[in-house]
Design a binder for this molecule. Structure first.
Ligand code: AMP
Ligand code: MG
Length: 351
């Protein structure tokens, strides 16, 4: 299959609409299209067509019990797929939709088991990216879309990343340039009495509590214990991993820099190609290996935005081992570290 990449270009509204219409036609016929959202690129299929949803699992190599998020473009469309929508969920939607928040509801029968990984609940999000909203509307209102990467790899934050994983597997990629946020949506489960955060994201638990009061955090999140499992099926899988071994170094900044310098030197002396992930502030302190800045500690959004891209850059350079600072930044540090710990297979050196 030949994969066509269609660029969405600011100011060329008529051409953009034609490209989106062509993408929507593919989706309506049960095909797959990758498209930009504000979080990461999604791999879309008609969420109400079981055969189309099944194609997503095939293209990604995704385990079939890992459910998809259904993307909608207007509030009314939620009623058609969710059997029960608590008042608190409506409040969160009012505050954060369109935006990087996914909510889980008991599903209506119109949503096929192929979309929900066999679960009786459905995850729903209204993205804010204009091209995503236009595509959803043109395709009939419901696009099931996980991140558009091969299962297990870092999520795509540019169309080029999608092409690295999906070239030849899907007919079209809509290229909307680099995404704004760079990590996946926050997931809140409304299928039980007290709302529960199943995946941290740009919308933090504090922001959620400000709107609806009590909210819990999935006790299985970030745990390595075998006796408690995260409730979102996808959170238990190996994820976001670069080809190289990734090791996080956590502690006081000066000690972190010393440790990374000596570990990188040792790695290189033993013949390994080594990479270092630092920040604009710290990169000048690293003396060995290929040093990359993930962003600035003065703006934690930059760290989230470049996280997956930097892992893919190291993949391209065939690095054997990457040492990274850890980024428990004030607001979205939990979301960033959730991804980094998974990418590192929980390898952390405390200094
Ligand atoms: P992705 O779109 O690749 O970011 O993956 C979607 C995430 O949402 C995965 O972690 C899924 O396990 C989670 N998810 C989707 N639907 C549900 C659901 N009905 N219940 C719990 N988690 C879900
Ligand atoms: Mg994913």
């Amino acid at each position: 299959m030949r994969t066509v990449i269609e660029k969405i270009i600011e100011g060329e509204e008529i051409q953009n609409q034609q490209k989106i219409e062509a993408a929507a036609a593919i989706l309506r016929e049960g095909g797959l299209v990758a498209f930009p959202t504000e979080t990461v690129y999604g791999l879309g299929a008609d969420a109400l067509n079981p055969l189309a949803a099944a194609r997503i699992y095939q293209a990604k190599g995704r385990p079939s019990d890992n459910p998809l998020i259904v993307h909608i473009s207007c509030m009314e469309d939620l009623n058609k797929i969710a059997a029960y929508i608590p008042q608190k969920a409506r409040k969160l939607a009012e505050r954060f939709w369109p935006g990087p928040l996914t909510m889980i509801f008991p599903k209506r029968s119109i949503v096929p088991a192929e979309t929900t990984g066999g679960l009786g609940t459905v995850a729903v999000r209204m993205p804010s990216h204009p091209a995503a909203l236009a595509l959803i509307e043109a395709a009939g209102g419901y696009i099931a879309a996980p991140s558009a990467n091969t299962s297990g790899r870092p999520s795509p934050t540019r169309a080029e990343h999608v092409a690295q994983d999906m070239d030849g597997r899907i007919p079209m990629i809509l290229d909307g340039g680099a995404v704004g946020i760079g990590i996946e949506s926050t997931i809140v489960d409304f299928s039980e009495e007290i709302p529960m955060v199943l995946r941290p994201g740009y919308v933090t638990p504090d922001m959620i509590r400000e709107v609806i009061g009590e909210a819990r955090i999935d006790p299985g999140l970030g745990e390595e214990r075998s006796d408690i499992h995260p409730k979102a099926p996808g959170m238990k899988y190996k994820h976001y991993a670069p080809k190289a071994e990734l090791i996080l170094v956590n502690g006081a900044q000066e000690r972190v820099q010393q440790t990374i310098n000596s570990l990188t030197r040792e790695a290189m002396e033993s013949g390994k190609a080594a990479g270092v992930i630092g920040t604009d502030e710290s990169c000048g302190c690293y003396r060995y290996g290929i040093v990359k800045s993930i962003g600035t500690r003065n703006d934690e959004d930059t760290i989230a935005r470049h996280l997956y891209g930097i892992l893919r850059e190291f993949d391209e350079m065939n690095v054997d081992i990457i040492y990274s600072e850890s980024f428990s930044t004030p607001r979205i540090g939990q979301a960033i570290m959730n991804r980094m710990l998974k990418a590192a297979g929980h390898q952390v050196i405390e200094v």
